[in-house]
Design a protein around this ligand. Structure first.
Ligand SMILES: [Zn+2]
Length: 362
């Protein structure tokens, strides 16, 4: 259907003069002279500046040329929101349920999925195998319900760099608002989006940034679907329980991301964001628990004499349980524990008390 009468319009990339506050940002605007349609993009590749992207004579045409320009500029054109990848992390499930019944209108498509449906029905993290540890090849066997569901999702959402994937999680640890940016080819984009969320949210945001071991297939869902992805990890939230505050924060983040996918605009790029890169773990021996005073001290610099573990009668200090390879960093005060006391880690092999990170600014 033509919405612009009979006249075709030319869609062209034009440069917008930066305001003083935006001095460092290369802001470009896609605009057309004969309609009100205007979308502003930031950091658009210089190669498409001034290029005529039209012609377009329907709204769909305009979306198409904008989408093509977004793809060319390395920006996403659609969003996939997943909640319940872990079936007992309620806030993400609530957000997805809300988006399914009452979607927010957006220009660009927003796909919404309940993750591990069987586990959600059972209010369990997973049935047999953690769905966020199933690679594409592992999923092929479909020998467990979790693998079967992972396979379904991988088939439905084949890898596309134009997709922005948001995976909603909670942790029992004192994570606050953590964004997980797995280091892959989309890392720079994903960190820029994390900075944008940080600037929009007005709550302190930290980034956790694990690497995919070289030459291995990613075992997390997101990097198998796109290189543009962020996991949202909010805590402390008890597994299996609702948390309205966490759900609201998650919904805010989802809205910030889907608005960004519509507009391509990112702010807050000049403010570094604290980024925690995992280097090892403190294991939790059988019979031991995380020491009460250590609980909740996520992100803080770990001191060598901090009591980390206790079995009720005996205690173990950091210097006696941090792995040998990280002792030097411990002594230099360069280790920062995260996911301290995460309940799900007690059922993993080996059991973990926390993950040890070094802190970088991205
Ligand atoms: Zn989770």
């Amino acid at each position: 259907m033509s919405i612009l009468s009979n006249s075709q319009i030319q869609v062209q990339v034009v440069k917008v003069p930066p305001t003083p506050k935006q001095k460092q940002r290369k802001t470009l605007t896609f605009s057309s002279s004969s309609s009100q349609t205007q979308i502003t993009y930031q950091n658009v590749d210089a190669s498409i500046r001034g290029q005529v992207l039209g012609p377009a004579n329907t709204l769909a045409d305009i979306h198409k040329v904008f989408d093509d320009a977004k793809v060319e500029a390395g920006l996403p054109t659609n969003t996939l929101v997943i909640g319940g990848t872990h079936g007992d992390e309620m806030p993400g499930i609530r957000v997805v349920e809300k988006l399914l019944t009452n979607p927010t209108p957006r220009c660009s498509p927003v796909y919404v999925e309940l993750g591990n449906k069987t586990a959600i029905a059972m209010n369990k993290r997973f049935t047999d195998k953690d769905m966020n540890r199933i690679s594409k090849s592992d999923a092929q066997s479909s020998s467990t319900l979790d693998e079967k569901r992972a396979k379904e999702l991988y088939e439905k959402y084949e890898y596309s760099p134009s997709r922005m994937v948001v995976d909603l999680h909670t942790t029992t640890s004192n994570a606050g608002v953590m964004l997980i940016a797995i280091e892959d080819s989309g890392f720079k984009h994903n960190i820029n989006l994390a900075k944008h969320i940080n600037a929009c949210l007005n709550i302190e945001v930290n980034v956790f940034s694990p690497k995919i071991p070289e030459g291995t297939e990613p075992k997390n869902l997101m990097p198998n679907m796109s290189n543009k992805h962020l996991a949202v990890e909010l805590g402390p939230v008890m597994h299996g329980q609702d948390d309205a505050v966490a759900a609201n924060t998650m919904m805010d983040i989802v809205n910030i991301v889907t608005e960004y996918v519509d507009s391509g605009v990112l702010i807050g790029q000049d403010t570094p964001i604290p980024t925690y890169v995992p280097k090892g773990v403190i294991e939790l021996p059988e019979g031991y628990e995380v020491a009460p005073d250590f609980m909740g001290t996520d992100y803080k610099e770990l001191s060598h004499d901090t009591v980390v573990l206790t079995n009720g009668t005996k205690t173990i200090a950091a210097k006696d349980c941090v792995p040998e390879a990280l002792q030097e960093k411990l002594m230099l005060g360069q280790l920062h524990p995260v996911f301290i006391g995460e309940a799900a880690y007690k059922n993993e092999t080996p059991r973990k008390a926390c993950i040890l990170c070094v802190k970088e600014d991205s």
